[in-house]
Write a new protein. Structure first.
Length: 253
């Protein structure tokens, strides 16, 4: 299937590792030009950009932080100035909540700890989406894919604040689809289940991994590449009329 991505310009946030890195790679494989953002690890981002064709102007790295309005504007402007358009936004960057000490309950978490998790994951994503939409409307075409979390659907101990922020993106996408659809812009959410990134594998005890795997109809956990393929389809010309939806990639769990 031709996804119609050759020559399209894509901005992938949080692309230095895990799911974001595989999304960037998958778009590049389809012939898209990929701008990938990093928060702190510039060298990792530049190494991936080199892998994806920086020497041929097919990729470049750009700094970005969810909590910085200036960084959002600079990232979108960098893509437009370099390539003349922003066709696809994949909002994958995430601010994770701090780990709770044993015995710390939901109501004991200070405002200074939980408010940034909600503000940045929701507000920061909306801010960047607004900037992307402005560019896409100008050309009457665009695709937006927002990355959610299994915590938004299935919950998780200690994940109340991240779950709240990510679940809010589902409602945001559903309503935004009505505003931008007639301008040729489709917006969807991809909600990965437990995914075998290096970070997850490093801290997931083997018995837990085995239990989670046994609970899936497919008999395996999703790999980052599984999520990336779904994101790339939804954020491509091959997606002609799917919008406002939340698609889970969880092995049927």
């Amino acid at each position: 299937m031709d996804l119609g991505l050759s020559g399209k310009t894509v901005l992938v946030t949080g692309a230095t590792r895990g799911i974001g890195r595989e999304i960037a790679r998958a778009y590049a494989t389809e012939g898209a030009r990929v701008a990938l953002t990093y928060h702190t690890d510039r060298s990792a981002a530049e190494a991936i950009a080199d892998e994806l064709g920086a020497a041929r102007d097919q990729a470049f790295a750009v700094p970005y932080s969810l909590d910085d309005p200036a960084a959002a504007a600079q990232a979108t402007a960098a893509v437009v100035q370099r390539w003349g358009a922003l066709d696809v936004l994949v909002a994958n960057a995430v601010r994770r909540p701090p780990r709770r000490d044993a015995g710390v309950r939901f109501e004991d978490v200070d405002d200074e700890q939980w408010l940034p998790v909600v503000h940045d994951n929701l507000g920061g994503t909306i801010r960047l989406t607004r900037l992307a939409v402005a560019e896409m409307r100008r050309r009457t075409w665009g695709r937006i894919v927002l990355l959610s979390s299994h915590n938004a659907l299935g919950g998780g101990s200690g994940q109340e604040f991240l779950g709240a922020a990510k679940a809010a993106l589902h409602g945001f996408a559903r309503s935004l689809a009505w505003d931008v659809g007639k301008d040729g812009i489709l917006v969807n959410v991809v909600c990965p289940g437990l995914t075998t990134t290096a970070d997850v594998l490093s801290r997931l005890p083997a018995p837990v991994r085995e239990r989670e795997t046994a609970g899936t109809p497919t008999g395996r956990l999703s790999a980052p590449e599984d999520v990336a393929q779904t994101v790339v389809f939804l954020g491509s010309a091959a997606n002609g009329n799917t919008t406002g939806e939340t698609v889970t990639v969880s092995g049927g769990r």
